[in-house]
Design a protein around this ligand. Structure first.
Ligand SMILES: [Zn+2]
Length: 410
C-alpha cells in the first residue's frame, strides 16, 4: 500500500470526484469531506477489492445497471453462508422432530400389537378356547378324510357332525350358563386391564410439532423467496401508484421478466385520458402491465397480460396460451390480491377494441370509451376465491372517475 505524500499515512481510500480520482489516507479523506466532498464518494479500497460493484455503483454508468450493482452489493458469500447455516439448522430440527415421531409411532404400534396379542392369549385361556379349537379341527380332519366319500360315508359323517355340534353347544353352555359368573368376571377383569393398558400408553402426537412446523416452514418459504430476490435485484422502476414492494412483487410474478427492462409507455395524467391517446401509445405492444386508480378510492388495481394489444376497430379476443395473465388489487390495509386467468378462458384473456379502453377477460376489468369510467367484476374469466369479497366491497363493480392509469411495457 502506498503512503500519502502529505500525511505519511497509508492510502486507504479512493475519492471519486466528478472528473478526477484521488488516492487518500484517512486524513486526506477527512479533509476532503470538510472541503465538501460527498462521503458517499469516498470508497474504502479494501472494500472495493472484494466487490467490484462498490466501484461500479459509484461511477457514471447506466442508471438501471447502477441500481442493480448497488442493490446486489448487499449480498455476499458470507451473507449466503449465514443464511444457509441458519436454515439448514432449522430444517434439521424439523427433520429430527419428524424422526422422533417416526420412532415413537413405531414403538407405539409395536406396544399395541403386544398388548392386543397378550390380551387375546389370556382371553383364550379364560374361555378354554383350545377345547373349541379341537372340536373344529377334528371336524376339518374328518372332512378331509371323507372328501371322496359315498352315500354310506355320508350317513357316518352326519353322525360325527351331530356329535360335534352337541359338544360345541356344550362348550358354549359352559361360558353362557354353567360357569357364567366366573368367566364373566374374568373377562371383565381382562377387558378392564387391557383398556387401562391402552389408555396408559401415550399416543404419538404430531399436534405439538405441527404448529412449529407450520410457522417454521412458512417462515422458511418467505425467507428463501426473499433471498432469491435479494441476489437478483430488479432494475429500478418506480410507480406513482403502487408501493415499491408491491410493484416488485408483480414483476416477480411475471415469468422470465425479472431482469427485463420495464418502461412507462403511457401515463394518463400526462398523456391524456382519451381512448385514442391510450391506443396510440400501446398499439401492437405486448407484455403490458396496467395500473389504475380512481378519484375517491384507495384501491390501486390493474392487470398484466403477455398478449399483444392489437389496434382493432372491431372487438376481438386475444389468447394467452401460457395463462400468465392476471389482475390485481392493492388495498390500503390488505396485501396484494391476485386474480389469475382461469385455464378454461386462456383464449379470452384480453379483448381489444380501439374505441374502448383496456378490457381484461369478459368484463373482469373494463374501461369504457370515455376512459373515465369502467367496470370491475373479477370472477368471469379471471379466478377469484369465492371467500374473497374484499374487492367487491372496496371497489366497483362500477368504476367512476379514473384519475391515473400507468402502462408499463415489460
Ligand atoms: Zn493524506
Amino acid at each position: 500500500m502506498e503512503i500519502c505524500a502529505m500525511h505519511q499515512g497509508d492510502i486507504k481510500y479512493i475519492i471519486l470526484d466528478k472528473n478526477s480520482v484521488k488516492l487518500a489516507c484517512t486524513e486526506c479523506k477527512d479533509d476532503g469531506i470538510t472541503e465538501g466532498c460527498e462521503p458517499d464518494q469516498c470508497i474504502l479500497i479494501s472494500k472495493v477489492l472484494k466487490l467490484p460493484e462498490v466501484l461500479l455503483s459509484k461511477i457514471n454508468i447506466d442508471s438501471e445497471l447502477k441500481s442493480f450493482f448497488s442493490n446486489i452489493l448487499k449480498e455476499s458469500k458470507e451473507e449466503l453462508s449465514n443464511f444457509k447455516n441458519y436454515w439448514l439448522k432449522q430444517l434439521q430440527e424439523i427433520k429430527t422432530a419428524l424422526e422422533n415421531l417416526i420412532c415413537e409411532t413405531d414403538n407405539y404400534i409395536d406396544t399395541l400389537t403386544k398388548m392386543l396379542s397378550g390380551y387375546r392369549i389370556e382371553l383364550k385361556r379364560i374361555i378354554k378356547f383350545e377345547i373349541f379349537e379341537q372340536y373344529i379341527k377334528a371336524n376339518v380332519n374328518n372332512y378331509n378324510i371323507d372328501k371322496m366319500g359315498s352315500a354310506i360315508i355320508y350317513k357316518n359323517r352326519n353322525e360325527i357332525n351331530s356329535q360335534l355340534e352337541l359338544k360345541i353347544q356344550d362348550y358354549i353352555n359352559q361360558i353362557t350358563q354353567v360357569n357364567k359368573d366366573e368367566i364373566q368376571k374374568k373377562m371383565e377383569d381382562l377387558v378392564l386391564d387391557y383398556k387401562n393398558k391402552v389408555i396408559n400408553t401415550k399416543v404419538p402426537s404430531s399436534i405439538e410439532i405441527l404448529n412449529s412446523f407450520k410457522s417454521g416452514l412458512e417462515e422458511f418459504q418467505v425467507a428463501v423467496t426473499e433471498k432469491s430476490r435479494l441476489v437478483n435485484p430488479l432494475l429500478s422502476v418506480v410507480s406513482s401508484l403502487l408501493s415499491p414492494s408491491n410493484f416488485q412483487d408483480i414483476l416477480y410474478k411475471i415469468p422470465q421478466k425479472q431482469s427485463a427492462k420495464c418502461t412507462l409507455i403511457y401515463q394518463g395524467s400526462k398523456d391524456g385520458f382519451e381512448t385514442i391517446k391510450f391506443w396510440n401509445k400501446i398499439q401492437n405492444k405486448s407484455n403490458l402491465l396496467m395500473i389504475m386508480k380512481l378519484k375517491n378510492n384507495v384501491c390501486i388495481f390493474g392487470g398484466y397480460s403477455p398478449c399483444q394489444w392489437l389496434k382493432s376497430s372491431q372487438p376481438q379476443f386475444i389468447a394467452d396460451n401460457q395463462g400468465h395473465s392476471f389482475l390485481f388489487i392493492q388495498n390500503k390495509s390488505v396485501q396484494m390480491q391476485y386474480y389469475p386467468i382461469k385455464s378454461d378462458f386462456k383464449h379470452q384473456a384480453i379483448s381489444v377494441n380501439q374505441n374502448y379502453g383496456p378490457l381484461f377477460g369478459k368484463n373482469d376489468l373494463q374501461i369504457f370509451s370515455d376512459f373515465k369510467e369502467g367496470y370491475i367484476n373479477i370472477g368471469q374469466h379471471y379466478f377469484r376465491d369465492p371467500k374473497d369479497n374484499q374487492q367487491s366491497l372496496l371497489l366497483g363493480p362500477k368504476l367512476t372517475e379514473i384519475t391515473e392509469c400507468e402502462v408499463y411495457e415489460l
